[in-house]
Design a protein around this ligand. Structure first.
Ligand code: DX5
Ligand code: ZN
Length: 230
């Protein structure tokens, strides 16, 4: 099942940026055409790594005009969504696997005036989300196991993206499909062809000599693939 979407967005993940030069790196990504910024939060429990939190979000919020989407890879996300909303998140993803009362949590995020969204790990079937599809503005398909940047895209993720696009069509839902992990110019055509609308990319943007050019290249590849898909 193919569904035509107006555009594909690139959401650079600042996990791979230089934390001493976040403003410079974010502006470089914007100059390349990034329509949003991806902000990864890890707690050392849900995933085996620690990253950044609300004060860093509040600081970058002041130096960028594009929306910042927050990907919470943490337990007890409900204890923090209010603080992330106040720090300037435009969208908050919680993990299905870390959230016992997913319906309640997504509604609570919406009540804060923030877009609610949900993420799933590579081993989680997409159909587990069928009862919450109307509550979310985006579903994030993890295409690596969460916790670290720079991992290899898991090839069977393509089938999961396609399955989610089919589920969306079947339910008449209107969320965007975000893909996170191992996105690079070489696999963009296949990912967009399967139905993705938001490409989250860290290493392939910031671990290059020219992050603006890297975003531009991802965007061009995405637009080419979209033209074929539509
Ligand atoms: C991984 C994070 C990703 C990560 C992607 O757990 O959720 O957003 O930054 O990084 P790359 O593009 O390097 O795979
Ligand atoms: Zn992420």
């Amino acid at each position: 099942m193919k569904r035509s979407r107006a555009r594909v967005e690139i959401s650079p993940s600042i996990l791979a940026a230089d934390f001493a030069c976040l403003e410079r790196d974010i502006h470089a990504a914007e100059a390349g055409g990034a329509q949003r910024i991806h902000f990864d939060v890890m707690d050392g429990h849900f995933v085996p790594n620690l990253t950044i939190g609300m004060p860093v979000l509040a600081s970058i919020r002041r130096v960028t005009t594009v929306p910042v989407e927050v990907h919470l890879m943490i337990e007890r996300a409900g204890d923090f969504v209010d603080a992330f909303a106040r720090a300037g998140a435009s969208r908050i993803y919680v993990h299905q696997e870390a959230t016992v009362h997913l319906d309640r949590q997504l509604n609570a995020i919406r009540e804060l005036g923030v877009e609610a969204a949900v993420a799933i790990n590579p081993a989680t079937p997409v159909t587990v989300l069928s009862e919450v599809l109307e509550l979310v503005s985006a579903v994030l398909v993890m295409t690596v196991n969460p916790g670290f940047g720079g991992q290899k895209f898991i090839p069977r993720s393509i089938g999961r993206i396609r399955e989610l696009a089919e589920l969306r069509a079947r339910y008449g839902a209107d969320f965007r499909i975000a893909v996170d992990g191992g996105v690079e110019p070489e696999n963009v055509a296949e990912i967009v062809g399967a139905g993705a609308d938001i490409l989250i990319a860290g290493t392939s943007v910031f671990h290059t000599p020219d992050p603006s050019a890297a975003v531009r290249q991802l965007l061009e590849r995405a637009q080419e693939a979209l033209a074929v898909r539509v």
